[in-house]
Design a protein around this ligand. Structure first.
Ligand code: HEC
Length: 291
């Protein structure tokens, strides 16, 4: 293989390896940023939701309790969990894939029943203790999600509605029945607050970024190879081939009176100068031999 061929092979190998490393690194960096972004989004959603819940409990529910007839209980107005669920349903219609849920192993409302994964997480939160959070990724039906789960511990005041159904508001028992959502114990993990974030698009964007960096790198490598090729051909390969043909002719005693051009002052110019001196010496020696 000629010098040019070897040079290009080396350039291609180094170029392709560098592009693969750079695009791989961009992909990993984009994934890392996407995960951090997901964590921030979930955190925002979580605290906004928590603030709404606090507002319902501290401001709305006491006011509504004063306004409605004694012993009446309207879950949509007086239970922050019912109000939140109804708001989440609207929210999820605006942003499909996002999900907010107060899941429980023994819920009043069957819509809040924990699925298998949530059950497992609630159980592991019970071991971790109150206030603990779990977060991570999972794939469901081919879609990737990021989740955040915070445990909800049963306090004394929860028992009015989640303890014995006999003591619970009559309207509540009427709406939800008395067979589930009761019998909770203080200190138990009532359930957990889950926030789900769809990650498919985020991962797709990261892959696209990796591919784009690869594409730009490949175009630049091609441009570099073509430019170096043109330069090598005109500045190195062709002059060397010309010089070697001339040196070959001189070695065979041909074209001895044809001067070897050496206008350039680089290495090729020096080589041409040397071949020209060789030609002059051969001419002189020939003359001496003839003389
Ligand atoms: C005034 C009654 C009332 C009190 C007090 C109450 N809840 Fe509830 N809770 C409800 C109702 C009603 C629902 C059903 C909401 C729905 O329809 O989604 C509910 C739902 C829940 C859910 C979702 C699972 C389920 O049972 O459907 C959790 C978790 C929960 N409550 C935790 C608590 C905790 C923890 C406390 C105490 C800090 C508490 N609740 C106090 C009435 C109450």
């Amino acid at each position: 293989m000629g010098l040019k061929g070897r040079f290009f092979t080396l350039l291609c190998i180094i170029g392709v390896i560098s592009i693969l490393i750079i695009s791989g690194a961009s992909y990993l960096l984009a994934i890392k940023n996407a995960k951090e972004e997901a964590r921030r989004k979930v955190e925002l959603l979580f605290y906004y939701q928590k603030a709404c819940l606090d507002y319902f409990r501290e401001v709305q529910a006491p006011l509504v309790t004063e306004l409605v007839e004694k012993d009446r209980f309207y879950p949509e107005l007086m239970s922050e969990f019912a109000a939140s669920r109804l708001i989440h349903e609207k929210f999820e219609a605006y942003l499909p894939g996002f999900k907010v849920k107060y899941a429980s192993l023994n819920p009043l409302n069957k819509k809040n029943l924990a699925d298998a994964r949530e059950r497992e997480l609630i159980q592991s939160l019970s071991g971790e203790g109150a206030g603990q959070r779990l977060q991570g990724f999972f794939t469901e039906n081919g879609h990737r999600f990021y989740f955040w789960a915070q445990g909800l511990v049963v306090k004394k005041e929860c028992l009015r509605c989640h303890g014995d159904p006999v003591n619970a508001p009559k309207d509540q028992v009427e709406v939800y029945g008395s067979s589930h959502g009761y019998g909770w114990k203080v200190g138990d993990m009532a359930g957990a607050f889950f926030v789900y974030l769809p990650m498919d698009e985020i991962f797709r964007d990261a892959t696209m970024l990796g591919l784009q960096v690869f594409g730009v790198g490949a175009v630049m490598l091609l441009f570099l190879i073509v430019s170096i090729g043109v330069f090598l051909n005109s500045a190195v390969v062709r002059p060397i081939l010309k010089l070697s043909a001339q040196a070959e002719r001189i070695s065979m005693g041909e074209s001895l009176d044809e001067k070897v051009a050496y206008e350039r002052d680089d290495e090729i110019g020096m080589l041409a100068k040397a071949i020209n001196r060789l030609r002059i010496s051969i001419v002189k020696m020939q003359k001496m031999l003839q003389g």
